[in-house]
Design a protein around this ligand. Structure first.
Ligand code: NAI
Length: 480
C-alpha cells in the first residue's frame, strides 16, 4: 500500500461518493472480481509498474484496483479531457482505506475539463514512478501514451522537437509543446522509459490502428496486445456499450425527444451498429452513411436507409459520427442543417466533426448552454447544438458505458497485462490478440450473473465438430 500519494484530481472530498459508486460497480463487474479472486494468492503483477491512460471513470477505478490487487503499482490519467468522473478519480486516490486527509490509494492525474496543455501534462506524469523509475507496462486507450513515448524517442534521437505550426491540430500543438519542455529538462527521458517497457495493452479501435501502423513500419518499440479485437470487447463494449450510453448522453445534454426524429449515424461498424440500436430504441427514424460496401449492405438488410450526408443534411435532426475517421461533418454541412440540429461524435478523436472550421465561419457565435453543450449560431440565425466540443459525447455528456459491459473489456485488459508481464519472451515487437481460450473465459465469467446456462458438448459432438469439449469452440477466422 502506498503511504504517500502524489496526484492531481478535482476534489478529494468527492471520494466518498466515488467509493459508493465503485462498490455498486464491483457487483456489476463479475469478470474483474473473479480475476481478483483467481490471482489473489499468486500476485502475477508483482513488480509491474503500470502507467494507464484510459477514461478515469467508476468502471476504470475497478480496473485500477484490480491491477493493484494483483500486485501492480499503478499511475493513471484519462485519455480524454472531458471523460473523467471526478468522484471516481478522488476515490481511487483516497483508496478504500484512506481518507481525504490521508490518501492511501493510487496516483491519478485527471479531472473533468482539462485544457489540452493540462491533458499532456497529466499523461507525462504517468512516467514518474517512485525512485526515478518509469513504468514497465502500459494500458492505453487511443494510443496517446504510446505516441508520447514513440515521438519522444524519435525527437530525442533527432535532438529537437519540431515547432508547432498553425496547420497542426491544437491537440498536436499542445503535445509538441509538452515534449519540447520535457526534453529540455531531461534529453533522454523517453528513450530511458521506453527501454524498460515490456508492453502495452490497447483498448480501442483508433489506438489499435496506430499500433498496426507502427508495427508495419518496424517502429514499434515494445510488444502490444490489441484488446479491442477480443470478441468480448469490440462486439460487446463498442456495440452494446454505445447502445446504452449514446442515448444517455443525448438525454443528459439536450433532453430532446428522439421519437420520430430523423437521426443519421455516420459509420456502421461496431460502434455504429450500437448507435443505430440506441436511436431506434427511442423510436427515431435512422439512416446511416458508409464507405464499406459490406457494412452498407448489412445496414440495408437491417432495414436502414443508406445515404450520403449530402443527401440528407438539410433534413436531419441528430447526426452522430462513429467512423474513427476524420473530416466527416464539415462546417459547410453544419451551415446547411436545420435549426437546432444536434451534432455529436462518439468516435475516439475529435477530428470527425470539423470544430476548427466551425469556429472560423465568419460571424458565427458560440453560446454555452451548459458545460459540454454549445449552441453555434450562424449569421443567418440558424444554430446547431454541438456536444462535448466534438469529443466522445457518451463520456463527455454522460458517464460512458455501464459497468457490466466494461467488465468484459477490462477483464480482457487485466488478462492481457498478466500475459505480457509474465511471459515477455513469447512476444516480440508486434501486435497480438488474446488467444480465443481467454476470450471465451471472459465471456464465461459473465454468464452466472445473468443466469445463463450453457449446454455442454458430448464427446461425440465435440469429435464431430473437431473441438475440445471445453473449447475453444470456434476457429480464429470465425466472425461472430
Ligand atoms: P469500425 O472500424 O468497426 O467502424 C467504423 C466504420 O466507419 C467502418 O465500417 C468504416 O467503413 C466507416 N467509415 C470510415 N470512414 C467513413 C466515412 N468517411 N463515412 C462513413 N463511414 C465511414 O470501428 P468501431 O469499433 O466501430 O469504432 C469507431 C470509433 O469509435 C473509433 O474511433 C473507436 O476508437 C471509437 N470507440 C468509441 C467508444 C466510445 O465509448 N465512444 C467505444 C469503442 C470505440
Amino acid at each position: 500500500m502506498l503511504t504517500n500519494v502524489d496526484f492531481s484530481v478535482a476534489d478529494l472530498s468527492l471520494a466518498e461518493a466515488g467509493r459508493h459508486q465503485i462498490r455498486l460497480a464491483e457487483h456489476e463487474m463479475p469478470g474483474l472480481m473473479a480475476i481478483r479472486r483467481e490471482y489473489a494468492a499468486s500476485q502475477p503483477l508483482r513488480g509491474a509498474r503500470i502507467a494507464g491512460s484510459l477514461h478515469m471513470t467508476v468502471q476504470t477505478a475497478v480496473l485500477i484496483e484490480t491491477l493493484v490487487a494483483l500486485g501492480a503499482e499503478v499511475r493513471w490519467a484519462s485519455c480524454n479531457i472531458f471523460s473523467t468522473q471526478d468522484d471516481a478519480a478522488a476515490a481511487v486516490v483516497v483508496g478504500a482505506d484512506g481518507t481525504p486527509e490521508k490518501p492511501l490509494g493510487t496516483p491519478v492525474f485527471a479531472w473533468k475539463g482539462e485544457t489540452l496543455a493540462e491533458y499532456w501534462w497529466c499523461t507525462n506524469q504517468l512516467l514518474d514512478f517512485a525512485d526515478g523509475q518509469g513504468p514497465n507496462m502500459l494500458v492505453d486507450d487511443g494510443g496517446d501514451l504510446t505516441m508520447l513515448l514513440h515521438k519522444g524517442v524519435e525527437f530525442e534521437a533527432a535532438g529537437a522537437v519540431p515547432a508547432p505550426t498553425d496547420e497542426d491540430p491544437e491537440d498536436y500543438q499542445a503535445f509538441l509543446r509538452l515534449l519540447a519542455t520535457a526534453l529540455v529538462e531531461d534529453p533522454r527521458r523517453f528513450t530511458r522509459v521506453a527501454a524498460a517497457v515490456k508492453g502495452v495493452t490497447e483498448e480501442t479501435t483508433n489506438g489499435v490502428k496506430r499500433l498496426y501502423q507502427l508495427a508495419a513500419e518496424g517502429a514499434l518499440l515494445f510488444p502490444a496486445i490489441n484488446v479491442n479485437d477480443s470478441v468480448t470487447k469490440s462486439k460487446f463494449d463498442n456495440k452494446y456499450g454505445i447502445r446504452h450510453s449514446l442515448v444517455d448522453g443525448l438525454n443528459r445534454a439536450t433532453d430532446v425527444m428522439l421519437s420520430g426524429k430523423l437521426a443519421l449515424v455516420c459509420g456502421y461498424g461496431d460502434v455504429g451498429k450500437g448507435a443505430v440500436a440506441s436511436l431506434r430504441g427511442q423510436g427515431a427514424r435512422v439512416a446511416v452513411t458508409e464507405v464499406d460496401p459490406i457494412c452498407a449492405l448489412q445496414a440495408a438488410m437491417e432495414g436502414l436507409d443508406v445515404v450520403t450526408l449530402d443527401d440528407v443534411v438539410e433534413r436531419v435532426d441528430v447526426i452522430i459520427t462513429t467512423t474513427g475517421n476524420r473530416d466527416i461533418v464539415l462546417a459547410a454541412h453544419m451551415a446547411r442543417m436545420k435549426h437546432n440540429a444536434i451534432v455529436a461524435n462518439v468516435g475516439h478523436f475529435d477530428n470527425e466533426i470539423d470544430m476548427a472550421g466551425l469556429a472560423r465561419v465568419p460571424g458565427i457565435e458560440k453560446i454555452e448552454i451548459k458545460p459540454q453543450v454549445h449552441e453555434w449560431r450562424f449569421p443567418d440565425g440558424h444554430s446547431v447544438i454541438v456536444l462535448s466540443e466534438g469529443r466522445l459525447m457518451n463520456l463527455g455528456n454522460a458517464t460512458g458505458h455501464p459497468s457490466f459491459v466494461m467488465s468484459n473489456s477490462f477483464t480482457n485488459q487485466a488478462l492481457a497485462q498478466i500475459e505480457l508481464y509474465t511471459r515477455p519472451d513469447e512476444y516480440s515487437r508486434e501486435v497480438y490478440v488474446l488467444p480465443k481460450r481467454l476470450d471465451e473465459k471472459v465471456a464465461r465469467l459473465h454468464l452466472d450473473a445473468l443466469g445463463i446456462r450453457l449446454t455442454t458438448l458430448t464427446e461425440h459432438q465435440a469429435r464431430y465438430l473437431g473441438v475440445e469439449v471445453t473449447g475453444p469452440f470456434k476457429p480464429d477466422h470465425y466472425r461472430y
